[in-house]
Design a protein around this ligand. Structure first.
Ligand code: GDP
Ligand code: MG
Length: 299
């Protein structure tokens, strides 16, 4: 067979949307197989539009895990909603993720999904928490409410039916090039982004109450060398009282945060890391346009 053409290469952009806590990040991680976005029992942890890239010889899929849809209590949330809307515009397919026991959807999102010009899949997640009857009822409900191209009951956590869903997605992908290099690029966000995400994730684990939601982590400098990366970061919080909590008694809390974050970053970059954490108060950053711009929310 001398002139057998190489198989067609496919690529596409896929938006994952849905309420907080339904399992969007877990699903993305199940697809990609790497801990790309933060999974945490606390809601609303994914504030950025994170893209994960799934590479295969014959295809490339670029996923975006959008923030959960929520009422806009802060300006920040308006921007998140805007980011959610924008992900629809460059998508080849939209996955609306819901969990098996929930039958509700915000009217604004429902209207938006009904107007989509690209295919919509409804993903009913967490079927491990339901019986067959519950799954069937949910499928029927979403089929009638959103008229999607397909409904997939899955368990992202237990990777149940995720492979079938992925195969279906790949089958429907258009022919296209690899938009991102296939060798080293797990994500189009750079290492700095993952550094700030790792620190934020550690903050979520180590601190209680409002502190995790009041902070933003900025990498101010990143000096790379053969043997060691020197990373300088600033953690912004909203009030002096939060700064005190972040630092802890004699700095014990921030030290722990530094050690744990450094370990994760060292795993990522594969070499020794020097990590410096500075805590600053930026008054009420969530309502301040200038701060939001500096933090990269001006999508
Ligand atoms: P997101 O806010 O939509 O990104 O949700 P996450 O991916 O952060 O998941 C929220 C919680 O649901 C986490 O505690 C997950 O472990 C859990 N979860 C995700 N998928 C499943 C699933 O298939 N079954 C069960 N029982 N729990 C799940
Ligand atoms: Mg998430």
């Amino acid at each position: 067979m001398p002139y057998l053409c190489g198989s067609m290469h496919k690529s596409g952009f896929i938006s994952i949307v849905g309420k907080p806590n339904v399992g969007k990040s877990t699903l993305l991680n199940a697809f990609i197989g790497e801990e790309l976005s933060i999974v945490n029992p606390k809601a609303q942890t994914t504030r950025h539009r994170i893209k994960g890239i799934l590479n295969h010889d014959d295809y490339q899929i670029i996923f975006s895990d959008t923030p959960g849809i929520m009422k806009s209590a802060y300006k920040l949330h308006d921007r998140m909603l805007k980011a959610v809307n924008e992900t629809f515009e460059d998508a080849d397919l939209v996955l609306f993720v819901t969990e098996v026991k929930d039958r509700t959807i915000e009217e604004e999102l429902r209207t938006r999904l009904m107007k989509l010009e690209v295919p919509l899949y409804v993903i009913i997640n967490k079927v491990d928490t339901s019986d067959q009857e519950g799954v069937e009822e949910a499928s029927k409900h979403w089929q009638e409410l959103l008229n999607p191209k397909s409904v997939f009951p899955i368990s992202a956590l237990h990777k149940f039916y995720v492979d079938v869903l992925l195969q279906n997605i790949v089958d429907g992908l258009p022919e296209g090039p690899a938009y991102y290099g296939k060798d080293d690029e797990l994500s189009d966000r750079n290492t700095r982004f993952f550094v700030s995400e790792f620190i934020r994730e550690r903050v979520l684990h180590l601190y209680q109450k409002e502190v995790p939601y009041a902070i933003e982590v900025i990498v101010t400098d990143y000096k790379e060398s053969e043997t060691i990366d020197r990373i300088y970061t600033t953690i912004y919080c909203e009030r002096e009282s939060q700064k005190a909590i972040l630092l802890g008694h004699h700095g014990a809390a921030i030290k722990k945060l530094g050690v744990e974050s450094r370990k994760k970053i060292e795993e990522l970059v594969g070499k020794q890391v020097y990590l410096e954490l500075t805590v600053k108060v930026a008054d009420d950053w969530r309502n301040d346009d200038r701060h939001l711009r500096n933090f990269g929310y001006d999508h």
